[in-house]
Design a protein around this ligand. Structure first.
Ligand code: CA2
Length: 142
């Protein structure tokens, strides 16, 4: 089983700023944690992070015909991007939306998620463990 893990804008800054919201661990710690769980689950995992909406659309399209599942934290694009919603719908790959924090408990504008309606599940407010839960959700769909 192949899963692509996509992280959106500013998540490359994990561990550098706002530790009170996102913790002290870095993006490479996150990649390491997910890789270890994927190995345990027998999943072939790959990673993509970008600060650019179009690049994320390209990554979702690139998963077509190659990935069995997508885990995506679209970060701020969660709350703005119809393009990401359309891309997930277009490829038809089971996708889990993940958020490190719980956006529903923060600013009003974070309560909207465009991508959510195309996702099989949303995991939020569980820190980095949310990505591991997302892997297990996708594995259990198979
Ligand atoms: O909780 C999440 O995972 C979010 O997707 C993170 C986004 C935010 O816009 C969403 O509402 C919820 C922001 C990611 C920014 O990441 C940073 C990491 C370190 C320092 C500064 C920002």
């Amino acid at each position: 089983m192949k899963i692509l893990v996509i992280n959106g804008p500013n998540l490359n800054m994990l561990g550098i700023r706002e530790p009170e919201i996102y913790g002290r661990a870095t993006y490479s710690d996150l990649v390491e944690l997910i890789s270890a769980e994927a190995e345990r689950l027998g999943i072939d995992v790959s990673f993509f992070q970008s600060n650019h909406e179009g690049a994320i659309v390209d990554a979702i399209q690139g998963a077509y015909g190659t990935a069995d599942g997508i885990v995506i934290n679209p970060a701020a694009y969660t709350h703005t991007s119809v393009a990401l919603l359309d891309a997930v719908k277009a490829v038809g790959i089971p996708t889990v939306e993940v958020h490190i924090s719980d956006p529903d408990l923060r600013d009003e504008f974070r309560k909207i998620s465009y991508i959510r309606q195309a996702c099989v599940a949303t995991v939020k407010g569980k820190g980095f463990d949310g990505y591991l839960e997302a892997l297990r959700i996708l594995k259990n769909l198979k």
